[in-house]
Each structure stands twice: as C-alpha cells, then as structure tokens.
Design a protein. Structure first.
Lengths: 287, 269
C-alpha cells in the first residue's frame, strides 16, 4: 500500500519532469551539438569539433561582448546592491504611507521590458526627450544616451538600475524585518550606534539576504537581453552587443547557427559558473 | 533633532517615489497627447488630452488582434504550467525531494537565446512553428518553475495526517490533490496563477523569434512599432500603456507576496 502510493506520487511528478527534459535539457544538449557544427543556412552542415570555439577566441566582437557583459554586470550589480541596501534601510524606518510606497516600488520591475524600452526611447531621445530638457534646464551637460557609442552601455545600466533597485530594496526590507530585535538592544547597551551598528551588526546579519539578491540579479544581468535589444538591437554598431545580444544577432541576422550556439553555450557556462561561486560563498556568510 | 531626521527620511521616500513613478506617469501622459504636442520642445506638462492615439492603435493596426494573442498565450501557458507544476509540487513536497525542483531552476538560469535555435528546429519538424501552441509551450518553460516554486512552501505547510487519512479511505493521489489539498492551498495558488500570467505576458524573446503573423503578441507588435518608424510616439506610448495595464492591475492584487514569489529557488537553495 505504501509502495503503491509512493509510485503514484512519483507518477504525479512525471509530466513536469518529461516536459523539462524535452523543452530544457534536450535543447541544451542539442545546442551544444549544434555548437560543434559548421551550420549556416543554405549550406551543407559539417562537423568541425571545437572549431567554433577556437574561432571565438580570435573574434574581436566576442571579446567586445565579454567586456560589455561584464561592464554591465558589475556596475549594475554594485549600484543596485548599494542603493538597494540603503533604500531597504530607509523603508524599514519610515512608516509613511506604506501601502502606496510599496505599490510604487513594485511597478518598475513588474512592467514588461518592452514598455521599459519604449519609455526609455521616448524619454531619453537626444533631441526631443524630456531627460535632456531637464538636464539643460539644470545647466548640466546633455547626453546622447542610447545613441552614444561610449555611453550606451551605461545608459542601459541606468535603466536597469531604475527598474530593479526597488526589487533589491524590498528583499533587503524583508530581511531587516526578520532580524531579531534582541541583538540591537544588546548592541545599544554595548554602545554600538549609527555606522558601527550598521557595519558590525546589520550588514553581517543581512549577508544571506544580500547574497540572495545578488544571485538573482547576477543571473538576470549576465543574460540581459530584452531592454537592450528593444532599445538599440545591440548598436550603435556593436556598442551594446553584450554576449547574449551578439549571439542572437549571429543566429538571426547572420544565420551562423553553429557559431551562435557556441556563443550561447559559452554564456551559459559563465552564468552557471557565477551562480556556483555564489553558492560556495553563501555557505560562508550563512549564520 | 529626532523629528527633523524623521522629516528628512520621509522626504527621501517621497523623492524616491517620484523618481520611480515619473517615467511611468510621463508615458501615460504622452499617450494622450496629439501629434504636435508630443514632439513639442520644450515638453509640456499641461495639454488637452485626446484619445486619437488609442483610436489609431485599435483601428489602423492589428493591435487588438495582437492583444488577444497575448491573452491566449499568457492564459494558455499559465494553465499548462499549473497542470504540470501542481502535481509535481505536491509530490516533491510529500517526498521532501529536491532534485526535480532544482531541475526547473536550470530553465531560470540558462539564457533564453540558448533554447531558441533548438526549439526553432524542433517546432519546424513537428509543423508547429509560428502557432499559438508553440508559444504556449515555450512560455510554459517560464511559468512552470514559477508555479512550482510558489506552490512548494504551501504544500510543505499541509498537515500530513489530512492526506494520510484520505488515503486510507481509498482516495487516489490525484483525487487527494484536487479535492483535499488544493482548496487548502488556494491563497498560494492564486499567487502562482497571477505571477505565471504576468511573466508570460511580459516575456519578449520567445515570441520575438518564434511567433508567426497570426500569433504575434502585443509585446512583439509594440517592438515592431519602434522599428517601423519612431515618429509616431503617441501610438507607441498608447501601446505601451495598454500592455502595461494587465501586469499593473494583477500586481496590485498580490503585492505583499510578490517579492517572496520572485526570489524562488534562491531563498531555499
């Protein structure tokens, strides 16, 4: 009877497992197999082993993609974590209109990326956009934003930081609300206040929470696609072609399937690698 | 001094809210501006509102059909995701197994572009490319992990005696799940449904590469408006406002549970 029930419970798992194997695991293997082929639309497919990967190393745009991916990842992650912790602590202390503030906070990251992109195009337009108008009115230098080869990637950082810092802040707020208040009482008796309290007590206790936010943001930032593609399609030129965008362009603009697959496998490896590093780190900061 | 600090902090919160909400408000305002007002320089905050952008959007373009497509795809993939995730979450929770749940995290971590090429070839082979079905199946790759991880803690909280006694009465596992467990975990189920719908509705990449003319979603149609000529900003902002509405309304219903729902996997794993 017990065994029978266990079997029928395993049966309940089966559809989901089959679906994931068919739609996720198999395609992953298939993509890897594609990455070992010379596969271009309109040409005979040829097995070339690691040929695509050795070609990557000599591809200037691949290194450009790596550089842009990490500029975007590191600057946005640091900005969002610092601002997110700050805002989380602020929200923890201020009781003002909690419900309304929460609604405003969740709006940016629940909007479709295409809406964020369309909004950015209109607001950040170099000629007619309201952003440059405000900068000019405040006597600050204007910017080409998304149309600038030098600043387009930082503009993307800015947009993503606007969108996702509230998410980090809300995670931090949740972490703060679950901290034991006794520790703070004890710390107050020992005379720890202000910055010392923050550095020696709050920050270490928040470690796991901040790490959770960091992992979630890392995965999304490393494979960031939608807002970049919507606003610039990787341009001007290749100035915002991160690894993911470059892979997509290779596949769908240049129909170099094998090479694009090699790019995507490389990017996946980077994402899994970073998550692995974080999960090792996590064991150290958990209390 | 203390009250001054309090005022300063409240002021910071107000500034924060303005920074976060101003671009959204600007988008909504712009959608009600006419052709000359929208490109006016300097931009104006006060103007006579018009519905001409929305009229243009729904009468001169296929946007209505695109929006319906979005509803089919988001609705379909939410149902498919739940049908797969609910029994799995129930069984995983009962057995305290983690590997099947971890398996779905793979989909959460891998870049979406990775799947496009294999899917493209797979769907062509079975004659599904460009159909609603293809989009529903691919979007279920997003909704399944969301539904699964949202439901897990709720099933974990079920008293085991409840299902054990039903089992002695001869109920099948599927019956226990639908008749006994589901009504109890209803609050979690609602969050799972709403989150699945929003994320499927918002998702861009799969529909960009895999939708056909008849299955094009509102998200992809809006993206095409950008390419077709950025000049009609009014229609662009009207389209953005329309597709922003469902997630905003749905989010409003579950705000408190939202962040926990979105950090799935990371909190447990």
């Amino acid at each position: 009877m017990k065994a029978q029930r266990a079997a029928s419970l395993h049966g309940l798992m089966l559809p989901a497992v089959i679906f994931v194997v068919l739609m996720v695991i198999f395609p992953f293997g298939y993509a890897f197999w594609l990455s070992l082929q010379d596969y271009r639309i309109g040409q005979a497919v040829k097995f070339i082993g690691i040929g695509n990967y050795t070609a990557l190393i000599q591809d200037e745009q691949f290194w450009n993609g790596i550089k842009l991916t990490f500029i975007l990842y590191i600057t946005a992650l640091i900005l969002q974590l610092i601002l997110g912790v700050g805002l989380g602590m602020l929200l923890h202390r201020v009781q003002l209109m909690r419900g309304l503030v929460r609604t405003v906070m969740v709006s940016p990251f629940m909007l479709p990326p295409v809406v964020i992109g369309m909004m950015s195009i209109v607001i950040l337009d170099p000629g007619m956009g309201v952003a440059n108008y405000l900068l000019k009115a405040a006597n600050l230098p204007t910017s080409l934003f998304l149309a600038s080869t030098d600043y387009v990637i930082y503009t993307v950082v800015l947009i993503d930081t606007w969108q996702w810092t509230p998410f980090v802040a809300l995670i931090v707020l949740g972490g703060l609300q679950s901290l034991p208040t006794k520790i703070y009482e004890a710390a107050a008796i020992d005379g720890a206040t202000g910055w010392r309290e923050f550095i020696y007590i709050t920050l270490p206790l928040l470690g796991p929470t901040i790490l959770t936010a960091a992992v979630l943001r890392s995965v999304d930032l490393l494979r960031f696609f939608d807002v970049i593609y919507i606003t610039t399609q990787g341009g001007p030129g290749y100035a915002s072609s991160t690894l993911n965008i470059y892979a997509y362009r290779k596949a769908f603009e240049f129909t170099d399937i094998g090479y694009a697959a090699a790019l995507m496998i490389t990017l996946s490896t980077i994402v899994f690698g970073v998550v692995l590093v974080f999960s090792q780190f996590r064991k150290k900061v958990t209390w | 001094m203390k009250t001054l600090m309090r005022y300063l902090m409240s002021l910071q919160v107000i500034v924060l809210c303005i920074v976060l909400f101003a671009p959204i408000a600007w988008m909504i305002l712009a959608s009600f501006k006419n052709r000359t007002e929208i490109t006016k320089y300097p931009p104006e905050l006060f103007f006579t509102p018009t519905l001409e952008n929305y009229q243009h959007l729904f009468t001169r373009t296929d946007f209505l059909e695109n929006t319906l497509n979005s509803f089919y795809v988001a609705g379909g993939s939410t149902v498919l995701g739940l049908l797969l995730a609910l029994p799995a979450a129930y069984a995983i929770s009962w057995h305290r197994m983690t590997w099947p749940a971890t398996l779905t995290l793979f989909a959460r971590m891998a870049p979406g572009t990775l799947f496009l090429l294999p899917w493209f070839i797979m769907f062509s082979n079975v004659g599904l490319s460009g159909t609603h079905a293809a989009l529903i199946i691919t979007h279920a790759v997003i909704t399944l992990p969301i539904a699964l991880w949202t439901m897990l803690p709720h099933f974990d909280g079920l008293p085991r005696e409840l299902t054990e006694s039903a089992q002695i009465d001869g109920c099948s596992s599927l019956k226990i799940l639908t008749l006994i467990a589901l009504p109890i975990v209803m609050p979690g189920l609602i969050v799972a449904i709403i989150l699945s719908f929003i994320f499927s509705w918002n998702y861009f990449l799969f529909a960009l590469a895999l939708s056909g003319i008849s299955s094009k979603t509102a998200i992809v149609a809006s993206f095409n408006f950008i390419g077709e000529g950025v000049t009609n900003w009014g229609a662009l902002m009207a389209a953005a406002t329309v597709i922003a509405l469902p997630p905003i309304i749905l989010t409003f219903l579950i705000q408190r549970k939202l962040v926990a729902g979105l950090s799935f996997g990371a909190v447990k794993g």
